[in-house]
Design a protein around this ligand. Structure first.
Ligand SMILES: Cc1cc2nc3c(=O)[nH]c(=O)nc-3n(C[C@H](O)[C@H](O)[C@H](O)COP(=O)(O)OP(=O)(O)OC[C@H]3O[C@@H](n4cnc5c(N)ncnc54)[C@H](O)[C@@H]3O)c2cc1C
Length: 524
């Protein structure tokens, strides 16, 4: 079979910013990567990113300031060394994107920089106004195709197995899951993105089901920070409408949040009001919706000059127009939704995981740069910065140290009957996460979600450990990993808020790691 994962031929899984960039850099460094993706090449969270990508390139800015903002947003859990790598290497990675041809917006010949919540400087680069992710995805995709990199669309990673010193083998399936192939042992780079669409209310496209996390866990890889799911406070709300994100940059330009009565309910709750960190704004919006019984709150951008708004946010304006709204005149109805996975597969600074031969970068990885709360526009950047490090590592390996979590949970995972109504189970997972593992959690809800997820696992897991589980079994597992980590952390910190433990506790200034309890002799 054609796909190899070894030596100079790494198998890169996922075609968002992280996967495309790693594959390109591997090729430039003389390797022959193969890229696979379970959907079409361009379908990824990356494509939908609006606000932009952060880098300290402005005259009044510096990587040290970007680092300080990143540390502050992360609520005491950011790994300083990783965040330093992120912020200090950002300008060089932006130069790479420019070299590849990403058309960043400019003002008088200089790259234009926007402002977003919790950034102390204007440092957000954008393209096509609010089409940054689309521009990056399309540009990198074109470069990957120009470089003649082998790409296999509609080809899913189904499982990984450790092959000891030789690395890992991957089980991959194309042809709508009918056939499963096993690669030769070697190097696999996971760039499978986040898990937002496991939640009933989500800004993510349907591919974002956190499968990479489940697959790595099954193979025995260490995961960290799974309890930290970021909820975005301002996604378009209308019955039956898609959950379209209204980027935070809109608030950066001066829009404010109001309740139905027109009151700015965030004023007085935080000194930065609408530009407070995302978790604070998301919880305030959730509380306001709960208190008022009204299904949404409103983003009021009427104070921003019409021309400026339409030039900066053309896609948002086009979307709103389909609902008859003009942001220079109308308030925009918004609600919070699941948005971003801060934790994931634990990596060192070179993208190495705890399994020999397995690397991870982008949203699926837990590099430690986000801590308990990601700073806006640091995620596209993370995919590039650590993608570069993975590519270099494959060519010139250097030693590294994998972070050790302060608390380690060992989770047993059963085999099952392999008999379930899969769409129904998937639907139930989405409801369970939204209701019991959402913006505000508590022990009772988390325990009850875990019990039900265990029953669903009994129906969706294959009968034999040697069989590769399907996407719904992986959804049940990833949901359980989030809920298990959330139950373990008996405090509130960053994006993780427990109504039964509403305060931050110094003793919890540590990371929760999760490992599979016992591996079957032939891991799935
Ligand atoms: C609406 C929206 C707006 C955002 N705005 C911003 C922003 O302005 N700035 C910012 O920094 N971040 C933003 N983000 C977050 C950012 O887009 C993501 O964190 C980032 O794009 C993740 O990139 P990635 O390459 O890790 O994953 P993705 O771009 O999600 O790509 C994952 C890839 O893996 C594939 N895949 C998954 N599972 C498998 C499998 N089992 N087998 C094979 N392939 C698989 C998927 O099909 C996809 O190709 C936004 C996210 C959303 C949803």
């Amino acid at each position: 079979m054609a796909v190899r994962g070894h030596g100079g031929r790494p198998l890169v899984v996922g075609t968002g910013i992280a996967g495309l960039y790693v594959a390109l850099r591997c090729r430039e460094l003389g390797l022959r990567p193969t890229l696979i993706t379970k959907a079409r090449l361009e379908e990824a969270n990356t494509r939908y990113a609006q606000g932009g990508i952060a880098a300290a390139i402005g005259p009044d800015d510096s990587p040290a300031l970007h680092l300080a903002d990143t540390l502050r947003a992360g609520a005491g859990l950011v790994d300083r060394a990783a965040a330093k790598v992120l912020t200090y290497e950002a300008p060089a990675r932006i130069a790479d994107l420019v070299r590849y041809g990403v058309p960043f917006d400019t003002i008088e010949g200089q790259i234009a920089l926007g402002r977003e919540a919790a950034h102390s400087r204007a440092r957000i680069l954008h393209a096509g106004g609010d089409a940054t992710g689309l521009s990056i995805e399309e540009t990198l995709k074109a470069r990957v195709l120009d470089a003649g990199i082998e790409v296999r669309e509609r080809t899913a990673l189904r499982g990984l197995r450790s092959a000891g010193r030789e690395g890992v083998t991957a089980l991959i399936s194309g042809d709508r899951g009918r056939s499963v192939e096993e690669t030769e042992p070697g190097t696999v780079v996971l760039a499978t993105g986040g898990a937002g669409s496991l939640y009933r209310q989500s800004s993510n496209p349907s591919v974002a089901t956190g499968e990479g996390v489940a697959i790595a866990f099954r193979a025995g890889a260490l995961l960290t920070d799974m309890e930290f799911i970021q909820f975005h406070p301002t996604v378009f709300w209308r019955e039956g409408a898609p959950r379209y994100l209204i980027t935070e940059a809109v608030r950066g330009e001066g829009a404010v949040l109001r309740n139905e009565a027109g009151e700015r309910f965030l004023v007085g709750q935080h000194r930065d009001s609408e530009l407070a960190p995302r978790d604070i704004v998301a919880r305030a919006v959730e509380r306001e919706i709960h208190r008022s019984g009204h299904p949404c709150v409103y983003l009021d951008a009427t104070g921003i000059p019409r021309d400026r708004f339409f030039a900066r946010f053309p896609s948002v304006c086009r979307f709103l127009a389909t609902y008859g709204l003009d942001p220079s005149r109308d308030w925009i109805p918004v609600t919070p939704v699941a948005h971003y996975m801060m934790g994931g597969v634990t990596t060192d600074l070179e993208g190495r995981t705890s399994l020999r031969g397995l690397y991870a970068c982008g949203e699926v990885a837990s590099t430690g740069v986000h801590g308990a709360n990601r700073l806006a526009s640091n995620s596209l950047l993370e995919g590039l910065v650590f993608g570069e490090r993975v590519a270099r590592q494959l060519v010139h390996p250097v030693a590294g140290v994998l972070p050790t979590p302060g608390r380690l949970v060992r989770l047993a995972w059963p085999t099952g009957s392999g008999r379930a109504d899969l769409p129904k189970v998937f639907d139930r997972v989405r409801d369970l996460l939204w209701e019991d593992v959402g913006i505000v959690r508590n022990g009772v809800g988390l325990r009850s979600a875990l019990e039900e997820l265990a029953k669903l696992a009994g129906q969706t897991e294959p009968t034999r450990p040697s069989e590769a589980p399907g996407p719904v079994a992986n959804a049940v597992l990833t949901a359980s990993l989030i809920a298990r980590a959330a139950l373990t952390r008996t405090e509130s910190r960053g994006a993780h808020f427990r109504s039964d433990f509403p305060h931050r506790r110094p003793a919890w200034r540590l990371h929760v790691g999760i490992l599979r309890k016992s591996l079957p002799t032939r891991g799935s």
